[in-house]
Design a protein around this ligand. Sequence first.
Ligand code: SF4
Length: 108
Amino acid sequence: MRDISEWSREAICRDAETREIIESNPRRAKKICLSCPVVAECLEYSLIYKEHGVWGGMTHIERIRMLRNNPTLQQLLTTEAKLLRLFEKRYSIAEDYWAAQRAAEQSA
Ligand code: SF4
């Protein structure tokens, strides 16, 4: 899964006007999402991070229903979310380590 900062650059809703439609008009939003090149990544992100509103062409209620009807999918997403949190934690620790190394090198 690519980071949101990467895939959101390809999103149809990256301009303010389309974003406004996405946030205010679920019916129109769902039609827009159908032609979005990152619809799958958007949906996956919203399922992992439990977003509200229309993401990936589905409303929050529709996503909840989909997960309730698909326990296997729910389990996979829970595992993916745990792995992402672990990765983010490890990445943060590594960043802190390298920042401390650079600071130590500069002060030496
Ligand atoms: S799928 Fe819809 S909400 Fe998601 S990025 Fe594309 S246009 Fe925006």
